[in-house]
Design a protein. Structure first.
Length: 380
């Protein structure tokens, strides 16, 4: 089967890059051919080894845009989306591929179908939705109703929280599945040999002020740990304000503690994978409410790399409820964070084997191959 991926994210983060890589490599491993269709001028940050076709109409980024400019850019994006859809419909009629996947869609992608011939596609089209909140779900379900008569339009929602989304009723064109783990593809994991002499914790991802890194580090420095440890804090910044604030934090805490090591730059590909592989556990103290429903790529990375977690209790809570892969704490409760951080570190040596056994179970449940197999089923 030849499967096309329509990628129109202009400024992809590391996990969006890795998600496309999962699709390419896992579908290829199943014996299928994968190719990309992208807006003109699109620049990939990773060479997927797949054929690339360019579509008329450049991608649009909202970065730094506000007010009327953002409204104008939104309109331009919708105009270009219609052009892309129309072109992909002509390709579908020509049978240039057997199925089409939109890997990072939203309800807006479906809304745009109402005005476009693509909804009449003769081949399956799969829109992957990366989680949604109960407030977002009605918008998606409304759009799914609009295209229900178009049997080749398939909607795939990636979530752990299906039971919280009020999915009752006829949702015959909506499928639900678990997110795939992000596994090491360019580095080798060292098999766990006992407990580490110095426990290395990793705090990774995009830095934003709302994550309140200061508050976390203040709590970290008051904890009473009974074994040697170090924490590596990595931050990728996209705005000048965030970059300046992260530099302020680096200067402040570098002077206060030798246990904290900072990295202020994005990590992609092999370098990202090696950074994850080099720590013993991941810390996720920022728990926005949307992560109760949207899937956490960092959590999926932790599982795929066999790393236990210290995690806010509203980040995909179904995972820790089923798999003993770390500890959670009450979001926004500093005392709970301190107690559980201390407990995790001070009991780590005793629980290492349990964590590894449970991480193996989670890896079996959320293997990326399963995602590819489910998408192939939807493509038939």
């Amino acid at each position: 089967m030849k499967i096309a991926i329509m990628e129109c994210i202009i400024t992809p983060g590391g996990h969006e890059i890795d998600y496309d890589r999962i699709l390419v490599e896992e579908l290829t491993a199943l014996g299928h051919e994968v190719e990309f269709y992208v807006p003109e001028g699109h620049i990939f940050k990773w060479n997927y080894g797949a054929n690339v076709h360019y579509l008329p109409g450049s991608g649009v980024s909202y970065a730094g845009a506000r007010g009327l400019k953002k409204i104008w850019l939104s309109g331009k994006r919708e105009v270009n989306r219609q052009r892309w859809y129309k072109k992909m419909y002509s390709y579908a009629l020509e049978k240039k591929f057997d199925a089409l996947i939109f890997p990072s869609a939203t309800y807006r992608y479906l809304r745009a179908l109402k005005l476009n011939s693509l909804k009449k596609s003769p081949i399956p089209i799969i829109f992957i939705i990366h989680g949604m909140t109960p407030k977002e779900a009605p918008f998606l379900f409304e759009q799914s109703e609009q295209v229900k008569q178009n049997h080749n339009i398939r909607i795939a929602v990636q979530t752990f929280a299906k039971d919280l989304l009020h999915t009752s009723g006829d949702r015959s064109n909506v499928s639900f599945f678990y997110p795939p783990n992000y596994i090491p593809r360019d580095v080798s994991l060292t098999e766990t040999q006992g407990v580490p002499e110095v426990l290395k914790l990793g705090f990774f991802g995009q830095y934003r002020k709302e994550k309140k890194l200061d508050a976390f580090l203040d709590i970290f420095m008051t904890c009473k740990f009974k074994r040697p440890l170090q924490i590596i804090v990595q931050g990728a910044t996209t705005t000048a304000a965030d970059a300046a604030d992260f530099e302020r934090i680096i200067q402040k805490y570098t002077c206060q503690s030798e246990l904290i090591e900072f990295c202020h730059r994005p990590l992609i590909g092999k370098e990202w994978q090696q950074a994850i592989a080099d720590v013993d556990a991941l810390v996720m103290p920022y728990g926005a409410e949307r992560y109760r429903y949207h899937t956490s790529a960092i959590l999926s990375t932790a599982i795929g790399f066999y790393k236990p977690v210290i995690i806010a209790d509203n980040i995909n809570p179904e995972v820790l409820a089923e798999y003993d892969i770390g500890v959670s704490f009450l979001t926004g409760n500093n005392e709970s964070l301190k107690q559980n951080l201390e407990a995790f570190v001070n009991t780590f040596d005793d629980k290492t084997k349990v964590y590894q056994q449970e991480l193996q179970r989670a890896n079996d449940s959320f293997a990326p191959q399963r995602l590819a197999e489910q998408l192939v089923q939807l493509s038939r």
